[in-house]
Design a protein around this ligand. Structure first.
Ligand code: NAD
Length: 495
């Protein structure tokens, strides 16, 4: 591809593709070929100012500010329809950039449509309350009002999904938005934003500024007209965003990843458990925040279960994400590939035993491939058991009984999710109560839905996405006191 053939992706500001103020672009690569396939506008504070100004104007005075909740819902519904129409086109852009398997990305984008449909329905069902009070002669009620301009900052692993987890409830609430996609996977957000114009959204409601965290992300978080920041990504960026938002007294929702335990008891249906554990860690080559990266397995079935895992995974086909026979795609970015490679070495140095995989595959594509890897002889104090690898690397840790499993499962800084495999009802309930995680799956793993709150305990984050709770993150509560026959006393007369 020559430079002139390389497509260039602009910002999307106030309903129009907008070149960067600086005139600069950066390259975006395919993780499979390692080759540049697109140029992306390199945003700066000037572009952020323009996007926030458009979003702020749309929120304050534009046609959006005069729409009823039902009318907002109707527009969101139209986006759902357009997403279904364009799912394959959007998936092709996303797959090119992050290397996820074609089928997986297409079904993810189709599922994004379901989020918009859900929040389309929810928009006019957020009901406030009339509150009985101790004061006679007044009626007190609440109003839920949109916070204002919401900044949406996303990572590279599931770009459109993680954008929509924030965007759909923000729009249902009546906010306007500025999206900052990951610098590794920006084009899909720009293509996606254009659907909102077609759906009938007024200009300025959905804006996209592409670029780097240190140039666009921080300007956006610090901008005085941004009221809320919805973020998914790594812990370091999440903490930096939380600190910057605190200076402006902005609210945040942060989804920061995890080190989730998948716990298999000896009474489990092992045929099911083995599939759940494999999907939990090797789907999307382990590049998911909910990856079940610690397998806690009851000591009595340890060897049998590890054998079953190896049997299921050993022939998995690595390769081109566009090839429908491929089962594991490449790592999405070079820095992430290098990070995972370093953990393979760390695990060996710590004394873990590699029983499957453990190698990178320079012979495939651009070489950003890591074999599905299983380490045994891991104890929970090792770095490989404590730190988020964000790759296809499973650490196996034996446990003796329920108390031991709970102790090990909770003994990490994170608390995003946990899986439990057992036939015992009592044990299921006990584990769901004792595990310090925002999601607990019993006899399944990785289930998520637009209906169901999702978020972290501990260092896995703050706030909830999906379900009715997500829309509340983008609203603030106003209490209104109305006097009917309140006899106001003279303030200067002592009673
Ligand atoms: P990151 O956290 O560095 O970046 C995520 C987004 O935040 C990007 O859009 C980035 O440009 C932006 N950003 C970075 N620093 C910022 C700042 N100071 N202010 C505002 N915005 C900022 O994530 P990454 O580089 O994509 O990956 C780093 C690590 O994060 C990975 O190795 C992985 O462990 C983890 N991660 C977690 C998730 C998740 O779903 N929780 C997703 C992707 C990556």
């Amino acid at each position: 591809m020559t430079a002139s053939q390389t497509p260039a992706f602009q910002h999307y500001i106030n309903g129009a593709e907008t070149p960067p103020a600086s005139g600069q672009y950066f390259e975006t690569q395919s993780p499979y070929t390692g080759k540049t396939w697109g140029l992306v506008a390199r945003g700066s504070a000037a572009d952020v100012d323009a996007a926030v100004a458009a979003a702020h104007a749309a929120f304050q005075d534009g046609p959006w500010s005069r729409l009823s909740a039902t009318e907002r819902g109707r527009l969101l519904y139209r986006v759902a329809e357009l997403l279904r129409r364009d799912a394959e086109k959007l998936a092709a852009v996303e797959m090119r950039d992050n290397g996820k398997l074609a089928g997986e990305v297409t079904s993810q984008v189709r599922y994004v449509a379901e989020y918009f449909q859900y929040y389309a329905g929810l928009a006019d069902k957020v009901q406030s309350h009339v509150i009985p009070t101790d004061k006679k002669g007044v009626t007190c009620f609440t109003r839920y009002e949109a916070k204002g301009v919401a900044a949406i900052i996303t990572p590279w692993n599931s770009p459109l999904t993680l954008t929509s987890w924030k965007l759909a409830p923000a729009l249902a609430a009546g906010c306007t938005t500025v999206i900052k996609p990951s610098e590794f996977t920006s084009p899909s957000a720009v293509v996606f934003a254009q659907l909102f114009k077609e759906a009938g959204f007024p200009d300025g409601v959905v804006n996209v500024v592409t670029g780097f965290g240190s140039e666009v992300g921080n300007s956006l978080v610090e901008h005085p007209d941004v009221a809320h920041v919805g973020f998914t990504g790594g812990e370091a960026a999440g903490c930096a965003i939380y600190q910057a938002a605190a200076k402006g007294l902005k609210t945040v929702t942060l989804e920061l990843g995890g080190k989730s335990p998948n716990i298999v008891f000896d009474d489990a249906n092992l045929d099911q458990a083995v599939k759940g554990v494999v999907a939990g860690i090797f789907a999307a080559a382990g590049q998911t925040c909910i990856a079940g990266s610690r397998l806690l397995v009851q000591r009595s079935i340890h060897d049998e279960f590890v054998g079953r895992l190896i049997e299921l995974v050993k022939d998995a086909k690595l390769g081109d994400p566009e090839d429908p026979t491929t089962q594991i795609g490449p790592i999405a970015t070079r820095p992430q590939f290098e990070k995972i490679s370093s953990y393979l070495e760390i695990a060996r140095q710590e004394g873990a035993t590699c029983v499957l995989g453990g190698r990178t595959r320079p012979d495939l594509g651009a070489g950003w491939f890591v074999e599905p890897t299983i380490f045994t002889n891991v104890h929970n104090g090792m770095r490989i058991a404590q730190e988020e690898v964000f790759g296809p690397v499973l650490s196996v840790i034996p446990f003796d009984d329920e108390a031991d499993a709970i102790r090990i499962a909770n003994d990490v800084l994170y608390g995003l999710a946990a899986g439990v495999w057992t036939r015992s009802l009592h044990r299921s309930l006990l584990m769901s109560e004792k595990l310090r995680a925002g999601t607990v799956w019993i006899n399944n793993y990785r289930s998520t839905s637009f209906t169901t709150p999702f978020g972290g305990y501990k260092r896995s984050g703050i706030g909830r996405e999906s379900g009715t709770e997500a829309v509340m993150e983008y609203l603030k509560t106003k209490s209104v006191w109305m006097s009917s026959d309140l006899d106001l006393p003279n303030p200067f007369v002592k009673r």
